[in-house]
Design a protein around this ligand. Structure first.
Ligand code: UDP
Length: 318
């Protein structure tokens, strides 16, 4: 039985990861400041003797008395709308937060896995994106609090690895979706499903020709665990390479929800990447990992979960 710290463990990906780590027989310490995470995501775990919740922000110093074998760092806002509202906090969770966690890893002799992002590639000039691509990021743009701090987090961990032999892993997560996405978090899948289920207009930014590649949550969780238990240090892309335009996604959500929502076109946000598709040949070959859940199936599961939310049932969509 391992003791595993999940920073950001009450969030969307973090809470699913906690679930799986508990099922696999581990002790889990979940640390979250509940900024975007929510107690509802972990309430079924709170009575489990192998699960402990600590309400704390990774930016602030902390001490953990238990032995720790592994640490996952998922403690960051990830929705562009969200992180642009809290740019300082976002930049610090991926820099100071990462520094706090790697120091803890060194003290406890633990492995630290840092969740970086496909946004490290910025507006990519290579398509699909391989890990060897250095990216094309606006260092002072409105997304930079997120993408540059994730890039710094990667650089910081490589520095600790080279200088102090810290045991680190880096994954670059591409757009991920599933139950527990916050309906109001502003990201495309939560917006479209919420809008479709409440028969409000589906808001496509720009002409909807930009592309994204969406990975279902269960696939992401298995990839994270496989990476943690591997010998690889260098960044690995985790995502589903099936690429869709945002217009295609809107049409799919509308059809799967039987919605009467009109599709409307709004202004494209600044620095919005035009395309994004992971090259996952490295994760396939080195980890033996590949996504299993196709978009239609994953959307169906996510839509069923959204339908149960009081805000959707009451049709106010908050
Ligand atoms: N998007 C959209 N309508 C929305 C929300 C997002 O058309 O209501 C677009 C957004 O401009 C971007 C894509 O969907 O091109 C994915 O946006 P998201 O915020 O989910 O994440 P990103 O991949 O940009 O980090």
């Amino acid at each position: 039985m391992k003791t595993i710290l999940v920073a950001g463990g009450a969030g969307f990906i973090g809470s699913h990861l906690c679930d799986e780590l508990i099922v696999q027989g581990n002790k889990v310490i979940c640390m979250d400041n509940l900024s975007t995470g929510h107690k509802n995501n972990i309430k079924h775990l709170l009575k489990n003797k192998n699960f402990k919740f600590i309400n704390h922000d990774v930016i602030k110093p902390f001490f953990i008395k238990e032995k720790i074998d592994q640490i996952y760092h998922l403690a960051s806002r990830a929705s562009p709308v969200d992180y642009q509202k809290f740019p300082v906090e976002t930049a610090l969770s991926n820099s100071i937060g990462t520094n706090n966690l790697v120091k803890l890893a060194l003290k406890k002799n633990a492995t630290l896995l840092f969740t970086s992002t496909s946004e490290a590639y910025g507006e990519p000039k290579e398509h699909p994106q391989k890990e060897s691509y250095w990216g094309n990021v606006n260092p002072v743009g409105i997304r930079s609090c997120y993408d540059e701090s994730k890039r710094f987090g990667e650089a910081l961990l490589m520095a600790y690895h080279r200088e102090k032999k810290a045991d680190v892993k880096i994954v670059r997560i591409f757009n991920t979706y599933g139950p527990r996405l916050r309906p109001g978090d502003g990201r495309v899948i939560s917006n479209f499903i919420r809008q479709a289920l409440t028969n409000q207009p589906i808001t496509i930014y720009g002409a909807g020709k930009q592309t994204r590649s969406f990975c279902y949550i269960s696939d992401m969780v298995s990839g994270l665990i496989m990476m943690m238990n591997s010998n690889f240090v260098q960044p690995k892309n985790l995502g589903n390479p099936d690429e869709f335009t945002i217009l295609e996604l809107a049409q799919k959500v509308k059809q799967l929800t039987n919605s009467s929502s009109p599709l409307i076109f709004e202004k494209l946000p600044q620095d919005d990447p035009t395309k994004r598709q992971p090259d996952i040949s490295s994760a396939r070959k080195m980890l033996g990992w590949k996504p299993e859940v196709e978009l239609d199936e994953g959307l169906r599961q996510t839509i069923e979960w959204f339908k149960l939310l009081p805000s959707i049932r009451n049709h106010n969509g908050n």
